[in-house]
Structures are given as structure tokens and as C-alpha cells.
Design a binder for this molecule. Structure first.
Ligand SMILES: Cc1cc2nc3c(=O)[nH]c(=O)nc-3n(C[C@H](O)[C@H](O)[C@H](O)COP(=O)(O)O)c2cc1C
Length: 326
């Protein structure tokens, strides 16, 4: 047999073993958000994807999250904004971004040429600002969905304050849902006593899916200077340090709502992704891991596929919520 014929055989045999990886993140939405696989990037950890697209075929990802955007450009917080911690990092970026108009004119025009769905992470200081942002983004070419950030821990106004109060979270989500035809994902904060209360409030307000979760609120202190090591006393903790905490929150949330949950927090490899799927996540987001290795999300995807092959999983949807607790 010629080498070419053998190669063809191998690839068709491989294809035969390829599990179905496609997941539906918004089964009830006006516009669909179907991912070709459940691995996305997490907002703010790979900018707007343009740099990643130079490193690998960006369309291999299931989905891409933009850096959080606001109506007007923001400079963010002063430095130091990032500090390493054991098994993680603290950040206090404070939502530095170019503003929605520039995002649409300079970046969404590139997204439009990609197959991978790009979801825009968005934030306002007021409910009205969230609604106005949703209107501007509605129908914009290159934008496949909105992730409503009610969970940023690094701001004086809004941010996590919306996500800690179920009524305020619901008001934001409702304002966004009524201002757009795009699928709406509410990104929750882990910094609450009972995440299921906020999760249900967002579902009832019309969210199509939930992302669980944003960074945890943490601190690090320079004992010589007796000052915080970040520009603000508290900052957002991310990375492997938070994985067991995020996993627990995903499991609790998925058992409390009927809409898809996206797992996020400390995922670095395929087994982490499988854990989140088993706990009830329909997809996962890879964040801090990509600071160590920009190929992290692709690695997670390849290892997830390998897990499916090794374990006879023909459809990744069969893993979602398949955790056995008895
Ligand atoms: C530097 C940095 C910037 C971030 N920016 C945003 C952002 O703009 N919007 C948002 O919703 N989350 C933001 N996040 C939170 C991540 O999207 C994610 O929820 C969090 O990092 C947990 O996932 P990980 O442990 O995989 O990083 C940011 C995280 C980091 C580390």
C-alpha cells in the first residue's frame, strides 16, 4: 500500500473514532450558540484572540471570549496589577479596554472572518449601561453572544456588587436580554454564600446560560512594606488554586438550574475539563493556564478527545452531569 493510501486509511480510521464534541450552549435562545467542541478561552486571559490566531488555527477552539468591554475606553487600575501566588495568580486589571466602538471597528471585523464563535464579555456601571452596550453589540458582525460580567472584583462601581445581589443580577440580565437577540450568558461571582440563589435569579431573568465562575476575591501582602502586593488591597484569585472551589460551585449550580452551565476556574488539562463536564458543565473556559502556555486550550481539547477515545465515549454530551455520587 502506498504511503498516501495508508495515511488516508489512518485518518479515516481516526475520524471513525472521533467522538461527537458539539455542544449547544443556548437551546432556548433566539439565535443559536452551538460550539464545535466544549473548550473555550476565558475572558481577559487571551486578549481578543488575535495573538492566539497567529499561533494556531483559532477555529479549532469551541469558542472564544473577548476581553471585557465597556461603552467607553478604560485605562484600568495602576500597577502592580498581577502577582503570583501558590498555584495561581492575583490580578487587579480594572477592566482596561478599548471601548465597544473600537472593538467593533478594529477587532470584530477580524472575528467575522473566523468560524469560531466569539462571545463578547461586557460590563456596565449601571443597569442602563449594560442595556446600551447590549444594543450596540446586537447584530454586530463577528459577535456570536454576550457574556454579562456581574462578577468583576476589581472595580469601585458595579462589578461584583451586581453579582452578589440576586435582585440586582436579575435586573442586569433582564435589561441585556430585552436589548439583544444574541444568546446571553451571565458570568457569576464565586464570592457569595449560596450561588444557586443568584443562578436561579439569572435564569428566571432570561439568561440562556451561566458561566461559573469569575475569580475569587483574594489578597497578598508584602510583609516588608506592610502593604498589599496589588494596587488595591483585594484582587481576583485565579488558576489551579481555585479549581476544587469552582468545581463545587459548578456542581451546585448545574443541579439548581435548567440552562447550560459553563465551568471556569483553574482548568489546565483535559482531566480538569472532564471533571467539570461530569459535575454538570456543558462547556469549559481555560484562563490562567494560557499565561504559562498559550496552547493550553488546544492541549485541553486534545486531552479531552483522548479521554473520550480511551473511555469509549462517543458523544461528549454523555459526560455532562454524569457524576455518580452514590
Ligand atoms: C488577567 C486576567 C484578566 C481577566 N479579565 C476578565 C474580564 O475582562 N472579564 C471577565 O469576566 N473575567 C476576567 N477574568 C477572569 C477569567 O475570565 C476567569 O473567570 C478566571 O481567570 C478563572 O479562570 P482560570 O482559573 O482558568 O483563570 C480575568 C482573569 C485574569 C487572570
Amino acid at each position: 500500500m502506498s504511503t498516501t493510501a495508508a495515511a488516508k486509511l489512518t485518518s479515516s480510521a481516526e475520524r471513525a473514532q472521533m467522538p461527537n464534541l458539539s455542544v449547544d450552549l443556548a437551546p432556548n435562545a433566539k439565535r443559536e450558540l452551538i460550539l464545535r467542541n466544549p473548550v473555550m478561552t476565558a475572558s481577559g486571559t487571551s486578549s481578543n484572540g488575535l495573538e492566539l490566531a497567529r499561533l494556531f488555527d483559532i477555529n479549532r477552539l469551541g469558542g472564544l471570549l473577548s476581553k471585557g468591554v465597556t461603552l467607553k475606553p478604560r485605562r484600568g487600575n495602576p500597577t502592580p496589577r498581577i502577582v503570583e501566588t501558590p498555584a495561581g495568580m492575583l490580578n487587579s486589571i480594572g477592566f482596561q479596554n478599548v471601548g465597544v466602538r473600537k472593538l467593533l471597528s478594529d477587532v470584530a471585523t477580524v472575528w467575522e472572518t473566523w468560524d469560531v464563535p466569539v462571545v463578547v464579555n461586557m460590563l456596565g456601571d449601571t443597569v442602563d449601561e449594560f442595556a446600551r452596550l447590549a444594543q450596540v453589540l446586537d447584530g454586530a458582525p463577528g459577535v456570536a453572544g454576550l457574556e454579562v460580567n456581574i462578577s468583576c472584583p476589581n472595580l469601585d462601581v458595579g462589578g461584583v456588587a451586581f453579582g452578589r445581589d440576586p435582585a440586582a443580577a436579575a435586573r442586569v440580565v433582564e435589561a441585556v436580554v430585552t436589548s439583544t437577540t444574541l444568546p446571553v450568558i451571565a458570568k457569576l461571582t464565586p464570592d457569595v454564600t449560596d450561588i444557586t440563589v443568584v443562578a436561579r435569579a439569572c435564569q428566571d431573568a432570561g439568561a440562556d446560560a451561566l458561566c461559573v465562575a469569575n475569580s475569587f476575591v483574594g489578597m497578598s501582602i508584602d510583609v516588608n512594606a506592610r502593604r498589599p502586593r496589588t494596587n488595591r488591597p483585594v484582587a481576583g484569585l485565579t488558576g489551579p488554586a481555585i479549581k476544587p472551589l469552582a468545581l463545587r460551585l459548578v456542581w451546585e449550580t448545574a443541579n439548581a438550574v435548567d440552562i447550560p452551565v459553563i465551568g471556569c476556574g483553574g482548568i489546565v488539562d483535559g482531566r480538569d475539563a472532564v471533571e467539570f463536564l461530569l459535575a454538570g458543565a456543558s462547556a469549559v473556559q481555560v484562563g490562567t493556564a494560557s499565561f504559562r502556555d498559550p496552547f493550553a486550550a488546544i492541549q485541553v481539547l486534545e486531552e479531552l478527545v483522548q479521554y473520550c477515545r480511551d473511555n469509549g465515549v462517543t458523544d461528549v454530551n454523555d459526560l455532562i452531569g454524569a457524576l455518580q455520587v452514590d
